[in-house]
Write a protein that binds this ligand. Structure first.
Ligand code: COA
Length: 364
C-alpha cells in the first residue's frame, strides 16, 4: 500500500505588476473599490497585457483603442510574447529543482489550465515540448479555479494505484488577456491574473506519517452560466466569427453575487466534509490554504468554521485570482515563509467555474 507525498514546490509569476491605480486609469474603478470588495492591491500580468494596459491608460478614446485591439491586435501584432505554458514551465522547473529531480525522472504530468495556448492540443503538450519530452504521458484538466485540487487528486490516484512513482502536478493560468479592461468588463478584469504553481509527488509507504491523506471533489454544472466564457467554444457556430466579436460574446461572463454565495457555501461544505471524513475538527488543522479569489470569501468561511487568521494564508493582495495556480502558489510561499513545519496538517480548498470545487488534506 502506498500514497503520495509532496517533495518539491515551485511557482512563477510574470514580472509585470499592475496595481489598482493603473486599472483605474483604464476603466471606471478605484483602488478603494477593489480593495474593499476583494482585498486585491496588485496582480501580475503577461508582458502583452501590461503593454496593452499602459497604452490603454494613455488612450484619449478608450472605446476606440479596444475596438482597434480586436481589429488589428496590439501594434498590428497578434502573436503573444509569453504563453501560459511558459509560466507552467518556469514553475515546474522550480518544483523539480526543489525536489532535486530532473524532468527525465518524472513518470507522469498532470496540468490544469483554464485558458490554453492553443484550442488544441492542450497546454500540457506545449509544456512537454518546452521540456523536450517525447513520450512522458501528460494529462490536462480544465477545471478552472479548482484545477490544482483536481490535478493533485489525479496525480495522487495514479501513485496510489502503483502506476507511477513520480508525478509533476501543475496549475498554470494566463487569464489577463481574456478580459476586457473597460467599464463593461470591469467586474472580472480587476479580479483575475497570471501565474503558475507546481508540485512534485513521490510514492511513499502508506504507513509513513507525511503524505496526502484525502481528496473531496464536487461539480455542479446546473448553474454554469454564473461563471463561463463562450470565447472559442463550439456553443457557437462557427466557434469564431466577426459577428461573435461584434455581439460581445468573446468575453468571460460572471454574476459576481451568485459566485460569491456559491463559493462561501461550497467552501464550508467541503471543508466540513474533509474534517468529518478524517474524524478531525477545525482546531486540528495547522494551516488552511484557500483558493485566493476574494478576501471576504476567505474571511467569511474562516470565521464560520472558527479558523483563526493565524491558520490561514493569503497572498491575493499581490497576485489577485490566479485560478488553478493560486493554491500551489500559496503552498510554495507558505513554505518559503516558514509557515509549514514537519508534521503539520494542511487543508487546501478551492472553488471555481463549473462550478467545480474540492479540498485536499495532507500531512507535511
Ligand atoms: N469597479 C467599480 N465598480 C464596479 C466594479 C469595479 N471593478 N465591478 C462592478 N462594479 C459595480 C457594478 O457595476 C455595480 O454597480 P451598480 O450598482 O451601479 O449596478 C456595483 O459595483 C455593485 O456590483 P455587484 O456585482 O453587486 O458588487 P459586489 O458587492 O457583489 O462585488 C464582486 C462584486 C465581483 C467583487 C463580488 O461579487 C465577488 O467577489 N464575487 C465573487 C467573484 C469571484 O471570486 N469569482 C471567481 C471565483 S473563482
Amino acid at each position: 500500500m502506498r500514497k503520495a507525498k509532496i517533495i518539491g514546490t515551485g511557482m512563477a509569476v510574470p514580472e509585470c505588476v499592475v496595481d489598482n491605480h493603473l486599472l483605474a486609469r483604464c476603466m471606471n474603478t478605484s483602488d478603494e473599490w477593489i480593495m474593499q470588495r476583494t482585498g486585491i492591491k496588485e496582480r501580475r500580468v503577461s508582458p502583452d497585457t501590461y503593454r496593452m494596459l499602459l497604452r490603454l491608460a494613455e488612450a484619449p478614446d478608450k472605446e476606440a483603442f479596444i475596438r482597434d485591439l480586436y481589429d488589428h491586435g496590439l501594434d498590428g501584432k497578434i502573436d503573444s510574447t509569453m504563453s501560459v505554458a511558459d509560466l507552467a514551465h518556469e514553475a515546474s522547473q522550480a518544483a523539480l529543482k526543489s525536489a532535486g529531480l530532473a524532468i527525465g525522472e518524472i513518470d507522469f504530468i498532470v496540468d490544469s489550465t483554464t485558458f490554453p495556448d492553443y484550442a488544441f492540443p492542450h497546454t500540457g503538450s506545449v509544456l512537454g515540448t518546452k521540456f523536450g519530452l517525447t513520450s512522458t504521458p501528460i494529462l490536462n484538466l480544465q477545471q478552472g479555479c479548482a484545477g490544482f485540487i483536481y490535478a493533485l487528486a489525479c496525480g495522487d490516484a495514479f501513485i496510489r494505484m502503483g502506476m507511477y512513482d513520480r508525478v509533476l502536478v501543475v496549475g498554470a493560468e494566463m487569464l489577463s488577456p481574456v478580459f476586457e479592461y473597460s467599464d463593461r468588463g470591469r467586474d472580472m478584469s480587476v479580479l483575475f491574473a497570471d501565474g503558475a504553481g507546481a508540485v512534485v509527488l513521490e510514492a511513499v509507504d502508506a504507513a509513513s506519517r507525511s503524505g496526502i491523506i484525502s481528496h473531496h471533489l464536487h461539480t455542479d454544472g446546473t448553474i454554469l452560466d454564473k461563471l463561463y466564457g463562450e470565447i472559442f467554444g463550439t456553443s457557437t457556430f462557427p466557434p469564431i466569427s466577426k459577428k461573435k466579436i461584434d455581439d460581445d460574446r468573446c468575453r468571460p461572463r460572471m454574476h459576481g453575487r451568485s459566485v460569491f454565495v456559491q463559493a462561501v457555501k461550497r467552501f464550508k461544505e467541503v471543508i466540513r466534509e474533509t474534517l468529518e471524513a478524517n474524524r478531525l475538527t477545525a482546531a486540528d488543522i495547522d494551516l488552511l490554504l484557500f483558493h485566493q479569489a476574494n478576501l471576504r470569501i476567505i474571511d467569511s468561511v474562516a470565521e464560520h468554521l472558527k479558523i483563526p487568521p493565524a491558520k490561514t494564508f493569503t497572498n491575493l493582495h499581490k497576485y489577485g485570482n490566479t485560478s488553478a495556480a493560486s493554491v500551489p502558489i500559496c503552498l510554495h510561499e507558505a513554505l518559503a515563509e516558514g509557515r509549514i513545519h514537519e508534521g503539520d496538517l494542511i487543508l487546501m480548498a478551492a472553488f471555481g467555474t463549473g462550478f467545480a470545487w474540492g479540498a485536499s488534506l495532507l500531512r507535511w
